[in-house]
Ligand binder design. Structure first.
Ligand code: G3D
Ligand code: MG
Length: 576
């Protein structure tokens, strides 16, 4: 504490429909009483109130704007110079709630994007309530504003609301509570867990907003989901930035900075695959069903993302009691190659961390620490064209290609067993060939997807494929098939001894009383790219990967909450 306090003065404007309680809130704050004999605010009036925030003294000059439309021509004058705003609605008046975005936008149009707080007032009238917290949170999120429910009558949370706006105006975060070097205080842990248990509705509401944002890839449109995430991160109080390599293909990065090291990065992705056919639910709407939520992205990756955001919310409630830096990253383009997403951030934007955790579905029961390598190979078959009525005069490229393909599935590759992987796999993904039904085709090609183990090498695999072609050739003179490697990613793994894995295991055990399985997968997540950039990365999250990309994709709500707890405690442990 310095001996001298710093003083600041800000003008803020309180807006909202007439009768929602603006004047009463200001009176409650400044005179600490509830004025029953109020006068309908005519035009405007202002009050001054001093608020103490840490070492700062903030004088709020609070302008109370009449909601009456007849004064609307004066509004821009009243807004001018406001450094922040309070938008009030009445919890018992639906219309006043619907006008919240209108008021916020009017304020923004004059003052720019100043910080605001949304207040749902009259929370003492519980039985008359017509606006749900979920709906109010949704609107507040879309405006990037915190949401507080108050009563000017009982004084409930009125001070808190004005303290909140003052902190935002000063740019001063609340001081972290309950930190001790190197340990997570058990009491804090218990509080974080119970905070998460009480936020089921909040979680579902957030996941609903994420699913409704149609960030379908192709074509992408990640911006739609990025807006929801950014609003939420802003509310949680993270410094956020967005990055776009192509317009609309938005990546969001949020940061809590409590000192230079270490940095933990949590990565999720914003894009989802198209709905496809076979849905019994509306794909882009969250539908509750039997303790689960169905909708495109429920599993991959919006459910895990909602769990991470809830974990951040929980830590925010205790003012982020961490050391080092916590980064939340929501990337674009995960479903179609990562060029506009994680690769762009890592390779062109200097994104880096000491550890990373990728929030993707491992059913909240395993920790994925290894990913097979991937090799795509083109097979080109050359034949001789002839009339379809005289096949003997030509060499059929399709038939020859199919002879190779039928053997390729049983290709015996050389490799040594790996504790985390099953055998390498081969999939014939596409075939192309033929000009017309009455022509013997002179060319055909196929693309094959091979997932290989750390003991293998793409060059060696290509040689093994060529060997296989030679042996088919021996039995089929005239067969001509060439092998052309297209592209590949190496296998990656992180040591089970790495802190990010060890902490996840420990926390998993604390929360579930079970031991997680350490697994390797044939697919690839963004973890691969992080590991290739030298960042030890583990993958953990709610949802079953077998449901990803399917119709009626759904996730268990309990699993989402469990994941949120594990994320929150992992952050606390790694950054304590
Ligand atoms: P305004 O300034 O937004 O126009 P006022 O709103 O502060 O003038 O309040 C409008 C009415 O709501 C007043 O009631 C006031 O007493 C009441 N009110 C304000 N805040 C609360 C609250 O938190 N709880 C309850 N129960 N009532 C509140 P009247 O009856 O005088 O019209
Ligand atoms: Mg008034």
């Amino acid at each position: 504490m310095g001996p001298k306090q710093e003083e600041y003065a800000f003008k803020i404007t309180v807006v909202g429909d007439g009768g929602v309680g603006k004047t009463s809130l200001i009176v409650c704050l400044t005179e600490n009483r509830f004025s029953e004999d109020y006068k309908m605010t005519l035009g405007t009036s202002f009050a001054a109130q001093t608020v103490n925030i840490d070492d700062y003294v903030v004088t709020l000059q609070i302008w109370d704007l009449g909601g009456q439309p007849s004064f609307s021509h004066l509004r821009s004058f009243f807004y001018a110079g406001s450094k922040g705003g309070v938008v009030v609605f009445d919890l018992t008046d639906e219309k006043s709630f619907q006008n919240v975005p209108v008021w916020a936008k009017e304020l923004f149009s004059v003052c720019g994007n100043v910080p605001i707080v949304i207040i749902g007032n009259k929370n003492d009238l519980a039985s008359g309530r017509v606006v749900s917290r979920a709906d109010a949170e949704r609107v507040a999120r879309s405006l990037g504003a915190p949401y507080i429910e108050t009563s000017a009558k009982t004084g409930d949370k009125v001070n808190m609301a004005f303290q909140g706006i003052s902190r935002r105006l000063l740019g001063v975060e609340e001081k972290p509570a309950m930190v001790a070097e190197g340990v997570v205080i058990p009491e804090l842990k218990g509080k974080v867990l119970s905070f998460i248990d009480q936020r089921r509705e909040y979680l579902l509401n957030l996941l609903g907003d994420l699913i409704s944002a149609r960030s379908i890839n192709p074509p992408g449109n990640e911006k739609l989901a990025a807006d929801v995430v950014q609003g939420e991160l802003y509310r949680i109080g993270l410094h956020t930035e967005t990055y776009e390599k192509e317009s609309g293909r938005t990546n969001v990065v949020g940061l809590v900075d409590r000192g230079s090291s270490p940095t933990l990065m949590i990565v999720t992705h914003l894009d989802v695959v198209p709905a496809g056919d076979g849905w019994i639910y509306e794909p882009f709407k969250a539908t509750p069903t039997d303790g689960r939520i169905a909708g495109r992205g429920a599993v991959d990756d919006k459910g895990p993302m909602a769990s991470v955001l809830l974990a951040l919310q929980a830590l925010k409630a205790f003012n982020f009691p961490i050391r080092g830096r916590l980064m939340f990253v929501a990337v674009a383009d995960e479903e179609t190659g990562n060029e506009l997403g994680i690769k762009y951030l890592l390779n062109e934007k200097g994104l880096t961390a000491d550890y990373a955790l990728v929030a993707e579905q491992t059913r909240c029961e395993s920790i994925e620490i290894a990913e097979k390598g991937r090799l795509w190979v083109k097979l080109k078959s050359a034949g001789i064209q002839a009339h379809g009525s005289m096949p003997g005069k030509g060499v059929n490229a399709i038939v020859n290609l199919s002879k190779v393909l039928s053997r390729i599935e049983k290709l015996k590759m050389k490799y040594s067993e790996h504790p985390l992987f099953n055998a390498p796999t081969v999939n014939v993904g596409t075939v192309k060939g033929g000009v017309a039904v009455n022509i013997v085709p002179a060319s055909a090609e196929a693309i094959v997807d091979i997932r290989f183990l750390p003991s293998q090498d793409p060059k060696q695999i290509v040689n093994e494929l060529r060997e296989l072609v030679r042996s088919v050739q021996m039995e089929n003179p005239g067969l001509e098939v060439t092998i052309e490697p297209l592209n590949s990613d190496p296998p990656t793994e992180v040591s089970p001894e790495d802190p990010v894995v060890r902490v996840l295991e420990k926390v998993f055990n604390e929360v579930t009383k079970n031991k997680p399985k350490l697994i390797g997968i044939g697919g690839a997540t963004v973890a691969k790219h992080c590991i290739l950039r030298g960042i030890p990365t583990a993958v953990f999250g709610p949802g079953d990967s077998n449901e990803a990309h399917t119709a009626n994709e759904s996730v268990s709500v309990d699993e989402l909450l469990k994941a949120a707890k594990i994320y929150a405690l992992t952050i606390l442990n790694l950054l304590s």
